[in-house]
Write a protein that binds this ligand. Structure first.
Ligand SMILES: NC(=O)c1ccc[n+]([C@@H]2O[C@H](COP(=O)([O-])OP(=O)(O)OC[C@H]3O[C@@H](n4cnc5c(N)ncnc54)[C@H](OP(=O)(O)O)[C@@H]3O)[C@@H](O)[C@H]2O)c1
Length: 197
């Protein structure tokens, strides 16, 4: 029986792909035939290598390759993209997923804490998109940014993390806008809150 893969041979980067939503995205792309480079901070390297081994040994049609990359560091992001293109020859899709939670309310948060949060949840996506773009133009590829529905709708007692994800909306044009005349499709996904794997 002929198999019909959705992403055969496509090259994808998923930031923060060792847990939760990012890991689910990595698995799905690899099962659908894509070659995926995914990352976490160095503290998650063991888990990342475990996921790489599992997917490479699973007989899936795609490939998975783990890299340490702290998305708060511009040089790490540049290296992630360079390694991906050196290994697979091009880039078709960037998924800006890496993010972190923070439960302090506005009256407890320091400016430095909030700046750190913005760096992880917002600036990282800007930089990854910036350095991926030259390759994405070549393939007419995609950028997917994982946002947060609370950042769009608001929430009573919403906390600082939700505000930081709201900032990521500057990275992607609203659906249906900005993409009509562009070969590059940029989309923001705003999942609701849940506990991931
Ligand atoms: N879960 C929800 O309810 C929910 C709802 C809406 C939106 N979101 C958004 O969806 C995204 C994923 O959420 P999740 O719940 O799946 O999170 P998660 O389970 O905590 O996983 C986050 C991933 O990002 C990585 N990461 C964190 N900081 C990083 C950094 N500085 N550099 C590189 N990698 C980093 C983590 O690995 P290490 O920690 O090992 O580095 C991990 O792989 C986030 O952007 C979040 O804001 C989540």
């Amino acid at each position: 029986m002929a198999t019909c893969l959705r992403y055969p041979g496509k090259v994808v980067i998923v930031t923060g792909g060792t847990k939760g939503i990012g890991l689910a995205i990595v698995r799905e792309f690899v099962h659908q035939g894509a070659n995926v480079v995914f990352c976490s901070r160095a503290t998650g390297a063991e888990k990342g290598q475990e996921v790489q081994r599992e997917l490479q040994g699973s007989g899936c049609p795609g490939d998975a390759f783990y890299q340490v990359c702290d998305v708060r560091n511009e040089s790490d992001i540049k290296r992630l993209i360079r390694v991906t293109v050196e290994r697979y020859g091009c880039l078709d899709c960037l998924v800006n997923n890496a993010g972190t939670g923070y439960t302090e309310q506005i009256d407890d948060v320091s400016a430095q804490d909030f700046l750190n949060l913005i760096k992880t949840n917002t600036v990282s996506g800007l930089l990854a998109s910036k350095y991926a773009l030259p390759y994405l133009w070549e393939t007419k590829g995609n950028i997917i940014t994982i946002g947060n529905i609370v950042g769009v709708l608001g929430k009573e007692n919403g906390n600082t993390v939700e505000n930081s994800r709201r900032g990521s909306s500057v990275l992607s044009p609203p659906q249906g806008k900005g993409s009509a005349s562009s070969p590059l499709f940029s989309k923001k996904s705003n999942p609701p809150s849940f506990d991931g794997p």
